[in-house]
Design a protein around this ligand. Structure first.
Ligand code: HPA
Length: 335
């Protein structure tokens, strides 16, 4: 069997994707940075800088320590803000903004509408770490790379994530601009971030996915949406590789297998989060009805425009949900 990529060193930043231009694993050492040993995970006597640089757990730990060294806040909730929805992070107070380019091993987003920085700050009284922009498989990143930020969240002490995305609506009950809670997903991305040797420090080999999207958090979100007078649908998200939008025949197929929404993100992140026991709330913004449903072509500009239109509703919902999730996390109830 082929060695897993991190054993062979193949997952080291590759030029092709220009991950963190200016950061080279050869020149950076978390040991020189004074980031190791970590009190929870002291280095083994045999650990070498080379081993650390090819070990995703140590890389995530090192990135987490770099971020936390820049802020006194210790967020337990992580946000991933998708296309056109990143504005929320601009409104947090006591903010520390860390460009992805400053974080060792962090993948860089190339998609338009994604700012590419981690913002640690307070939304009201709740400390959060918000990713303003994510990377996608369609940019050429591997599932391991796409989920590295979730691994970093985990090592920062994040216990719950709120993932947001732009999606195409398949369910005819939706319309452009609808907000949909993801109840479950169908992974059609052709990959899984847990493929390869399992690292037990992250989680178990075969994580359960029956309650991947916390029922308790969905109920909380529905309650808060009702109070705000916002309609919040629930649906099944089909995750595809992209970047081409789907054909009408593909959308018909997705509808028949039970998908209400389609998008190009989120699924791998949810798998990695659940692997680490992080609870998940995921909200899609239906930026367009999927291919073939309306008699019009799809465009990324439309996706960004719709994101802009629902921004304030979406942000109010986030603001209402955050303190309740923070309370759950503080009480240690695993949702
Ligand atoms: N398909 C896939 N991904 C998407 C879409 C879509 O129609 N809209 C926004 N992201």
């Amino acid at each position: 069997m082929r060695a897993p990529p991190w054993k062979s060193g193949a997952s080291a930043p590759r030029k092709r994707f220009e991950i963190n231009a200016g950061f080279s694993p050869g020149s950076y050492s978390p040991i020189d940075d004074g980031l190791f040993p970590h009190p929870l995970y002291p280095l083994r006597q045999t650990d070498t800088a080379q081993e650390i640089m090819t070990d995703p757990f140590a890389l995530a730990e090192s990135a987490a320590q770099l971020i936390l060294a820049r802020t006194p806040l210790r967020p337990q909730i992580g946000l991933v803000l998708g296309s056109g929805l990143g504005g929320f992070a601009d409104s947090v107070t006591d903010a520390t903004r860390v460009p992805y380019a400053d974080i060792p091993s962090f993948p860089q987003s190339t998609a338009i509408g994604h700012a590419g920085r981690m913002v640690v700050g307070k939304a009201g009284s709740v400390a959060v770490a918000a990713m303003q922009g994510r990377v996608h498989l369609y940019e050429g990143y591997s599932a391991h790379e796409v989920t590295f930020p979730i691994r970093v969240f985990g090592r920062m002490g994040i216990r719950a994530v709120i993932l947001t995305n732009a999606a195409g609506g398949i369910n005819l009950g939706y319309s452009q601009g609808a907000l949909v809670l993801i109840r479950d997903h169908i992974n059609l991305q052709g990959t899984n971030p847990l493929a390869g040797a399992n690292d037990d420090r992250f989680g178990v080999r075969f994580p359960d996915m029956t309650q991947a999207y916390s029922r308790a958090y969905r109920e909380t979100a529905q309650e808060e949406a009702r109070k705000l007078g916002v309609t919040l649908h629930e649906g099944v998200y089909a995750g595809l590789l992209g970047p081409s939008y789907e054909t009408p025949a593909e959308i018909e197929y997705l509808r028949r297998i039970g998908a209400d929404l389609v998008g190009m993100s989120t699924v791998a992140e949810v798998i990695a989060a659940r692997h680490m026991g992080i609870s998940v709330l995921a909200i899609s913004c239906v930026t367009n009805m999927a291919a073939g449903i309306l008699d019009q072509p799809l465009s990324h500009a439309e996706v960004l425009e719709t994101g802009e239109r629902v921004k304030s509703t979406f942000e109010s919902l986030l603001r209402a949900v955050l303190p309740r999730i923070a309370k759950d996390v503080a009480e240690g109830s695993d949702a």
